[in-house]
Design a protein around this ligand. Structure first.
Ligand code: FES
Length: 115
């Protein structure tokens, strides 16, 4: 299980939901299931409208991540990620702060999602 806390000026208060890690559900699906108004359009990693900021909570190191080529390209075009952050993600497996909700798979770590 993972606690996913959503925060946004679009909501009157923060909302924390439980997500089952490892079921391959994207963060966007978790948001939709819980009626969290994360913006989206394509749901396929192509438009960038679902860009979110993700922080790992509880003083844990973030889990390693493999960014998809789509995610790298779209976040780069949107100005959310630098070439250096892409290189760091590829060499150290450390995730960048901005992700695409429709590409991010929830795992067994508590996260704060800002949108
Ligand atoms: S909804 Fe288009 S990139 Fe996520």
């Amino acid at each position: 299980m993972a606690n996913v806390t959503f925060t946004s000026p679009a909501m009157s208060k923060d909302v924390t939901v439980y997500a089952t890690a490892g079921d391959c559900r994207t963060l966007l699906k978790v948001a939709q299931r819980n009626r969290i108004p994360v913006h989206f359009e394509c749901q396929n990693g192509e438009c960038g409208s679902c860009a979110i900021r993700v922080e790992v909570l509880a003083n844990r190191e973030p889990m390693g991540v493999h960014l998809t080529e789509k995610e790298k390209k779209v976040l780069r075009l949107a100005g959310k990620i630098s070439k250096e952050q892409i290189a760091a993600a590829e060499t150290t497996d450390l995730p960048p702060p901005w992700r695409l909700a429709c590409q991010f798979i929830v795992r067994n770590e508590d996260i704060l999602v800002t949108f």
